[in-house]
Design a protein around this ligand. Structure first.
Ligand SMILES: [Fe+2]
Length: 300
């Protein structure tokens, strides 16, 4: 089947599987937007012409908009076709994870024990993640401002979209969907060290006052929590959520130029979120990721 994913083989091509624009800082001095600001579907969105999909997206957005923190998270309505999307994605991801994911991620994935054929509900994921790290996923209707997204991490809250990509393009989504959220962030938050780093990011962001400092922390988040790689027994492995939620990204990461994990220089490194990352920052071990980030963030 031809999908936009097929055309992404080159580093210069558009990033296909997700663009986590929450980390992309824009006009940072503007007032913090409501966490449930809904993103309209663009005319080139795969679901734009599917009235039933749009109705369900709105229904799922309503869950977020009426959700009050602490309440049980209502069930998101997924169709059989959408559960099938989840299934198709796992057919590609299981072998890709075996090959390219770091050990700590694989251990956390085992703890969450997903059903390959059914999209889990956020409250099910929460039961396990909260018991491991204290983190919980809370539904949001769409993309939120970077400061809102990052500051919530300080409180152990991951603001999480609940919709899934359109079923016509199982390996493509123009926005982070529940696959990226759960398979990427949900699993890494079931790793105690990565959960701690997420919390430290949130605390560091809370201490920032300038737009420039927020942008620097957002870049470090992007190149580590979202796109981090490390060496494990001589191989390059992923611990970044953007890589781990896409079989295509996991394959493509081996084409990137690797640079050492120098967080100060990373904080000045610009990136284009709509394309594959031509540069990734590689730690010598998982422990180096943990120690360096913890030191950097607590000193911020
Ligand atoms: Fe993400």
């Amino acid at each position: 089947m031809s999908t936009p994913t097929d055309s992404k083989a080159k580093l210069s091509g558009p990033l296909s599987d997700h663009v986590d624009a929450r980390i992309v800082t824009g006009d940072l001095d503007e007032a913090i937007a409501d966490r449930n600001a809904i993103v309209q579907l663009d005319p080139d969105h795969p679901g734009f012409r599917d009235a039933e999909y749009r109705r369900r997206r709105n229904q799922i957005a309503q869950i977020a908009m009426t959700y009050r923190p602490g309440d049980p998270i209502p069930t998101a309505p997924y169709t059989d076709a959408e559960h099938q999307v989840w299934s198709v994605i796992w057919q590609a991801l299981r072998p890709a994870h075996e090959q390219h994911a770091c050990r700590e991620y694989l251990e956390a994935l085992t703890r969450l024990n997903f059903d390959d054929h059914r999209i889990p509900q956020l409250r099910e994921v929460n039961q396990k993640v909260q018991a491991i790290s204290g983190f919980r996923l809370e539904p949001v209707a769409g993309l939120v401002q970077p400061r809102v997204f990052l500051e919530n991490l300080a409180d152990g809250v991951f603001l999480c979209t609940q919709y899934i990509r359109h079923h016509s393009t199982p390996l493509y989504t123009p926005e982070p969907d529940v696959v990226h959220e759960i398979v990427g962030h949900g699993v890494t938050l079931a790793c105690p060290q990565l959960a701690e780093l997420n919390r430290l990011f949130g605390e560091a962001v809370k201490r920032t006052r300038s737009a420039e400092d927020l942008e620097r922390l957002s870049r470090v988040y992007w190149f580590t929590i979202e796109f981090g790689v490390l060496r494990e027994n001589g191989s390059i492995k992923a611990y970044g959520t953007g890589l781990l939620s896409s079989a295509g990204e996991l394959k493509e990461m081996h084409e990137a130029e690797l640079r050492p994990l120098e967080l100060e220089s990373i904080s000045h490194e610009t990136y284009d979120p709509t394309h594959f990352q031509p540069v990734l920052f590689c730690a010598s071990s998982f422990n180096e990721v943990y120690e360096r980030l913890r030191t950097f963030l607590t000193a911020w």
